[in-house]
Ligand binder design. Structure first.
Ligand SMILES: C[S@@+](CC[C@H](N)C(=O)[O-])C[C@H]1O[C@@H](n2cnc3c(N)ncnc32)[C@H](O)[C@@H]1O
Length: 349
């Protein structure tokens, strides 16, 4: 079902490539490993409210250090930045920080992934600071299902209010729904119909085996194909061709109103071959795969060696050139499963 093109057009910049000829285009930055929810599939309370070791203040990358690193990534080819976490809106100073990114005129797409709870407070400031769009996570409209899944008893209306605030501030909005069989798969159709009527693109995400504590089991994955079959019972839609190399979601459009939705099939149809993403954790480590167990300590190198901007750029470029990760493909092909993976809240989803 993956309709990503499999080659990178020669017409695009002759940029830095990794060992599988993939350019570096997207950078996902985790601004904090803290979150105000305890989603059972991401930061389950029984682990993250107990003896989990969160980053200490001096371990966190400072925003001015981050700005310098972003400069190196932009030189390497990054054109899209997504701020995430943890919950990125919990990071103090992040709105002002966004404003500083305006100087990188090469950045074409500046996005934020959030659970939406703090958007009523921050949406207009984010828009003024130059944010282009937000992706809001919401896994159910049913209050009981959502309260159970978010681990803090929150009501879906709190997230819907955040979505409204973002729209009123002029931000483009998408919604992410992680689908788990037996947990919230009953919500696939209600969510689809709700966001179709609202004109907001909804993206269904296959439940992934990230982290070590979410009791992932392949039986809990509802495949993209199955989601499409369920939607076809009530709606008609057509596939939309990918807009660019490396697009994560397979996109579709409802025939009657043209509203789009997407499916992210990291489990059933991995897209490693077109993965142009790097991830930076809140303590400044570079991860070249969501399923990695170890990152490259860029912040440590910055603090120890005080490299100038050229040296910083060379450091990032050298790491990208030697990248050969393709975990999801290998999981499907030979059933590998990395014993200890980094948590999604740490690396940034
Ligand atoms: C880790 S969260 C961080 C940003 C923010 N706190 C939020 O809730 O959107 C980013 C995204 O990762 C998704 N996610 C977390 N764990 C996942 C898993 N095991 N499988 C698929 N998606 C997951 C979340 O649903 C969310 O859309």
């Amino acid at each position: 079902m993956n309709n990503n093109p499999t080659t990178f057009s020669d017409e695009q910049d002759p940029v830095l490539k990794d060992l599988l000829a993939r350019p570096l285009r997207d950078l996902r930055i985790s601004l904090t490993d803290q979150c105000n929810l305890r989603c059972t599939y991401c930061m389950p309370a029984e682990i993250f409210d107990q003896d989990h070791a969160y980053l200490q203040k001096d371990q966190l990358i400072r925003l001015e250090e981050l700005e310098r690193l972003i400069g190196a990534f932009v030189r390497c080819g990054v054109r899209k930045i997504r701020l995430t976490g943890g919950e990125p809106l919990l990071r103090r100073g992040m709105v002002e920080f966004l404003g500083c990114l305006k100087k990188f005129s090469e950045i074409e797409d500046l996005a934020l992934t959030t659970n939406g709870l703090l958007l009523p407070t921050f949406a207009s400031g984010l828009a003024e600071a130059g944010l282009h769009r937000v992706t809001v996570s919401l896994d159910a409209l049913d209050p009981d299902i959502f309260a159970r899944m978010n681990g803090r008893g929150k009501h879906p209306d709190q997230v819907l209010n955040g979505i409204e605030a973002a729209k009123s501030a002029g931000l483009r909005v998408k919604v992410n729904m992680v689908v788990q069989r037996g947990v919230n798969d009953s919500q696939v159709l209600p969510m689809a119909l709700h966001f179709k009527a609202a004109g907001i693109p909804l993206r269904f995400i296959e439940f992934m085996d990230v982290g070590n504590h979410n009791h992932w089991d392949s039986g809990m994955v509802v495949s993209g194909e199955e989601i499409l079959t369920r939607l076809a019972a009530e709606t008609t839609f057509e596939a939309v061709p990918p807009a660019h190399f490396g697009e994560v979601a397979n996109r579709f459009r409802y025939m009657d109103d043209g509203v789009e939705f997407g499916i992210i099939t990291s489990i059933s149809a991995p897209f490693c071959r077109s993965c142009t993403r790097a991830r930076l954790s809140a303590d400044g480590k570079l991860f070249t795969c969501l399923f990695a167990s170890k990152g490259h300590d860029l912040l440590g190198a910055m603090r120890a060696g005080n490299p100038d901007d050229e040296a910083l750029y060379q450091m990032v470029a050298a790491l990208w050139r030697t990248r050969d990760d393709r975990y999801s493909e290998l999981r499907s092909a030979v059933g590998i499963n990395t014993p200890t993976k980094v948590e999604m809240s740490f690396i940034g989803g």
